[in-house]
Ligand binder design. Structure first.
Ligand SMILES: *Cc1c(COP(=O)(O)O)cnc(C)c1O
Length: 418
């Protein structure tokens, strides 16, 4: 069971919603920092540990800075994400550049920042040489285990995945990189998404630790670092349970002892590139009720829409909803909670038991700190909402709301011949 708490008292949340234009996102920075520390301490047995925060989960420079304070790096997969990491003061081997179908200019920027280039494909060795003039001193390869792993429901079967190099290619990748003068080698994989079974993540560690030994045997390359990717899930539903960091840390620690230390292999930097689990549970989308109406069903129309949070419409994802001030009321009404887009799938909840709702009530949509704002868009002329960070008792604005002027800036000029 996971309690769906608020970051502030219900009254304080209501006061914020009265003061600030809704909808908006509130992130509990203090909870994000505690979570980051908890993760780090669970892996304190590792000679070096880092989580490269997947920027795509919550692309706000202030969040990157907050995480960087705790030693987190950034997992980037595009030029803007690299630039945001740079802006947040993250560079060098604190950036993992895990891209695919990568343009040359992005390889160049990552190279210039001293980021770890995590190559998705054997042909990218040549692509990096072409783009950057040479290979960097450190290189990483993304392994796709294909039929060796089942994948999970969200990320799908590895055999069908476009990402990563096959087992057969992997050894050649390291051989070639070594011949080309690369000095340090990382090994990466990413086979899960929103996984709530800790043992699945532990199995990923087992797979990589075993490959470290095999790569050494077959190519003479000694791996410096293994990156277990992201994919640690969060309990969106009350009846689900989180994976405890202490469990992952101790189980993976045991494997490390057994498969790396006891085998006399070189000490490894152990890393993840988790995004969702780092910020997801600590984000709250706050929205006001505009209309309550009965048609063939009961509808609650709110001022947020799918452009503010796409997951329910995109994947049918469940997000818990709290009606502020009515936390203890019986959930004896059933509503569809909708936004205002001209799309019928613009719903945050379908047939959701909730307390009786009136116009002006404030709803808090939980667990929106990852892939919430990040997946936003402007369809129907919807402007992006503002983001706020709760930090040491203060509420700080960390992104202003978008304005009409922002929205039309790329089109309000005299049409030019090209
Ligand atoms: C999305 C992604 C992550 C982060 O995944 P989470 O599920 O947010 O932990 C990490 N690495 C890569 C390559 C990704 O594409």
């Amino acid at each position: 069971m996971t309690a769906k708490n608020l970051p502030l008292s219900s009254d304080k949340m209501l006061a914020l919603a009265a003061k600030l234009p809704t909808p908006f996102h509130l992130y509990d920075g203090d909870a994000i920092e505690r979570n980051a520390e908890e993760m780090k301490s669970a892996f304190s047995w590792a000679p070096e540990f880092v989580n490269f925060f997947a920027v795509k989960a919550l692309p706000n420079v202030n969040i990157l800075r907050l995480l960087a304070k705790h030693g987190f790096g950034a997992d980037c997969s595009s030029l803007p994400e690299l630039l945001m990491a740079e802006e947040a003061g993250i560079s060098g081997n604190k950036i993992m550049f895990t891209s695919n179908d990568t343009p040359d200019e992005e390889f160049r920027k990552a190279f210039e920042l001293g980021a770890i280039l995590n190559l998705d494909d054997i042909t990218h060795i040549e692509a990096v040489k072409r783009a950057c003039g040479r290979l960097p001193e450190t290189i990483s390869f993304r392994f796709n285990p294909g039929p060796e792993r089942t994948g999970n429901a969200i990320i799908g079967n590895p055999v069908e995945a476009k990402y990563g190099v096959t087992r057969a290619q992997l050894f050649d990748c390291y051989r070639i990189a070594k011949e080309e003068g690369v000095k340090k080698f990382y090994l990466h994989t990413m086979v899960a998404s929103n996984e709530l079974n800790g043992d699945y993540i532990v199995e990923t560690a087992r797979m990589l630790f075993s490959l470290v030994a095999e790569i050494k045997e077959r190519t003479g390359v000694e791996i410096e670092a293994v990156d277990l990717g992201g994919g640690v899930g969060i309990p969106y539903k009350e009846e689900q349970n989180r994976i405890e960091w202490s469990y992952l840390g101790s189980e993976i620690g045991k494997l490390y002892e057994e498969m790396i230390v006891n085998k006399g292999l070189k000490p490894l930097l152990v890393s993840f590139e988790c995004g969702r689990v780092i910020t997801g549970p600590y984000g709250y989308l706050v929205t006001k009720v505009r209309h309550v109406t009965e048609k063939y069903k009961n509808y609650v129309g709110v001022d947020a829409c799918m452009a503010d949070l796409m997951r329910p419409a995109l994947y049918g994802s469940y997000h818990h909803i709290t009606v502020l001030g009515k936390e203890n009321d019986a959930k004896d009404h059933v509503y569809d909670v909708t936004g205002s887009l001209c799309e019928n799938n613009d719903k945050f909840a379908i047939d959701r038991p909730l307390p009786a709702i009136s116009v002006g009530d404030v709803l808090v949509i939980h667990d929106t700190g990852a892939h919430g704002f990040a997946m936003g868009f402007n369809y129907n002329g919807k402007m992006r909402h503002a983001e706020y960070l709760l930090s040491e008792g203060k509420v700080l604005k960390i992104r202003r709301e978008e304005t009409y002027e922002d929205y039309v800036r790329t089109q309000l000029f005299n049409p030019e011949e090209v």
